[in-house]
Design a protein around this ligand. Structure first.
Ligand code: E4P
Length: 224
């Protein structure tokens, strides 16, 4: 199971990159809108430069910001033209009937696609059938509507594996540590995690207790 960082904040991303566990980065228009107002392309390029400074070539998802399918394709082509030297750029396209043509067209042009905003089994499978490299299921938002995110991830995982589909499941919309654990156990290939959750994945009071005890015991022994 891989961990992606769900952020466009350069400081947050660097704190993660330097710890060596990052397998990818996802953004969306709301995530980018949290950052200081700047030229959109300059900010994405700064993210790419940061990733490359760690000698990494990891998937970076950048989402189109239109609902018009032809404009989606134009934006995607523009992103590739702007950031084309970064081979692992993934264009995020929301799931939808008209968006399937966008996904299929971009894939025929060898542009990687992360089909996002998936909330159901059938949406994820349609995206995969259209050729999306990643299908992003929104764990928190699925649960908001009273559905079992884990069951949906399990069903999508089972079907994609039965088909030998190359599409990978990204679980996003993380609200709790348990979401991360349960998404992994349900069969997600990737969980994309907002940085504030990440240190908590390594923390436990009993760890602090035992490390303290070891150091205390050894200090006492050294001072005998
Ligand atoms: C993935 O990158 C998704 O866009 C993101 O996790 C959505 O999170 P939200 O449902 O909290 O907006």
């Amino acid at each position: 199971m891989q961990i992606f960082v769900d952020s466009a904040n350069l400081k947050e991303i660097e704190e993660c990159l330097k710890r060596g566990f990052v397998s990818g980065i996802t953004t969306n228009p709301s995530i980018l809108a949290k950052e200081k107002k700047t030229d959109f392309r300059e900010h994405i390029q700064a993210m790419i430069n940061l990733v490359q400074s760690y000698n990494l070539d990891i998937p970076l998802s950048v989402e189109v910001f239109t609902t018009d399918p032809q404009e989606m394709i134009r934006q995607a082509e523009e992103f590739v033209a702007s950031f084309g030297d970064y081979q692992n750029l993934n264009i995020k396209v929301p799931i939808g009937w008209n968006e399937l043509e966008v996904i299929s067209t971009l894939r025929k042009r060898n542009i990687k696609v992360n089909c996002t905003c998936c909330m159901s089994y059938n949406q994820a499978l349609m995206a995969a059938n259209a050729g999306a490299n990643f299908v992003s299921l929104f764990w928190g938002r699925i649960r908001d509507t009273g559905y079992d995110s884990g069951e949906i991830v399990r069903q999508v995982h089972e079907t994609l594996r039965k088909w030998n589909s190359p599409s990978q499941i990204i679980v996003g919309s993380i609200r709790h540590i348990m979401d991360i654990n349960q998404a992994q156990q349900a069969g997600a290939d990737i969980v994309t995690v907002p940085p504030p959750f990440l240190p908590k994945l390594c923390a436990h009071p009993k760890t602090d207790e035992v490390v303290g005890q070891f150091l205390t015991d050894f200090k006492v022994w050294l001072e005998r």
